[in-house]
Design a protein around this ligand. Sequence first.
Ligand SMILES: [Zn+2]
Length: 83
Amino acid sequence: MVKKQTGKKKAAAAVPAKSAAKKKTAGGSRKKVKVAPVADTALTLENVRENVRCRVCRVVDGYRAKESNCRFCGAKLFKEDVV
Ligand SMILES: [Zn+2]
């Protein structure tokens, strides 16, 4: 009895996933898709990240110029601490 229930669940979940995948591949085969990733990697000053070591928790992470506080402990970050 238990086996029948799990079998039903799997079949029900597989049907919507398949129809969604078909739609994606149909549109994805076109070349227009390439445009989105290019905008993400644009090297503007705001997007450049520098590795800064926090003076309080000593964690090194990449921060943008806009970010002035450690994302782990909230302490202020200093440009002199760029690794
Ligand atoms: Zn910190």
